[in-house]
Design a protein around this ligand. Structure first.
Ligand code: ADE
Length: 261
């Protein structure tokens, strides 16, 4: 996969060269190019922002540098059959989820446009919409100083799903959100630590029992920490035992979906 990021703080993205994603780049599984928006601003101060029309606090990112920067990215992408995807991190976007990470991991290229200040002049998104598939995406319901941290999170979540990036692909199967539930708790040696013991069942060697216990823990943890993930969830994947645990936790299956009783 090829990823282009446009930002006024390219150094912000430096950690993406480390660890698993750094290795993925060395191995040619991921090509990550970070572009400095100021390289596309040509006045003496390389200005990228200006005051908002209509008044109000803060500054708005000027359209001209963005137009040139995105044109340069487009020109460097190989002739794609479809319009490439442009992700615009914004607290006003759709929320980034594991499902969206899986969807975006299928794309041959992704471009990220990091806004700062009060945001990017809206006409950039209109113009870009004729060339890219534009998706404003939010990390969650809170406000960051700019898109860079959100891009780091998204690129890491997407990059680790690319084939070959995570050494053991099985570890992607049983992690939180991979099946709409939170992950079960994990333990390692020693079996007893400061008076806290590893649950007996995990020492039993009985793989069937262990799998059942883990599934139950997933349901209990999700109901306790993130009940909204269960309400309305498709229940067709839940068997008799899971439904019994869910009933104990206060969830019934109504018309194939989970409801709280
Ligand atoms: N930029 C500022 N806040 C953001 C958020 N919550 N998600 C994505 N980008 C942002």
């Amino acid at each position: 996969m090829r990823i282009d990021v446009v930002s006024i703080f390219p150094e912000y993205l430096a950690p993406l060269k480390l660890s698993l994603l750094g290795r993925a780049q060395e191995d040619g599984l991921l090509q990550l190019d970070v572009h400095d928006l100021r390289d596309f601003a040509f006045d003496r101060h390389r200005t990228v922002d200006d005051t908002p029309y209509g008044g109000g606090a803060g500054m708005v990112m000027k359209p001209e540098p963005w137009g040139l920067a995105l044109e340069a990215v487009l020109a460097s992408l190989e002739a794609a059959e479809r319009r490439p995807t442009l992700i615009v991190p914004s607290p006003a976007g759709e929320v980034f989820t594991q499902a969206l990470a899986y969807e975006l991991a299928e794309e041959p290229t992704l471009t990220f446009a990091c806004g700062r200040y009060e945001g990017i002049d809206e006409r950039v998104l209109e113009w870009a919409g004729e060339r890219f598939r534009v998706r404003p995406v939010s990390l969650g319901d809170y406000v960051l100083n700019g898109g860079e941290v959100a891009v780091m999170a998204m690129v890491e979540a997407i990059g680790r799903l690319l084939p070959g990036v995570v050494g053991n692909p099985e570890s992607l199967v049983e992690e939180s959100h991979s099946d709409g539930l939170l992950e079960y708790p994990v333990y390692t040696k020693p079996s007893s630590w400061r008076g806290h013991d590893v649950p007996e069942v995990l020492l039993s060697g009985n793989h069937g029992l262990i799998a059942r216990w883990r599934r139950e823990q997933q349901l209990r943890r999700t109901a306790g920490r993130r009940p909204e993930l269960l309400v309305g969830a498709d229940a067709s994947g839940f068997g008799r035992e899971e439904r019994a645990v869910l009933a104990e936790l206060g969830y019934d299956v109504v018309d194939g979906r989970l409801e709280r009783h």
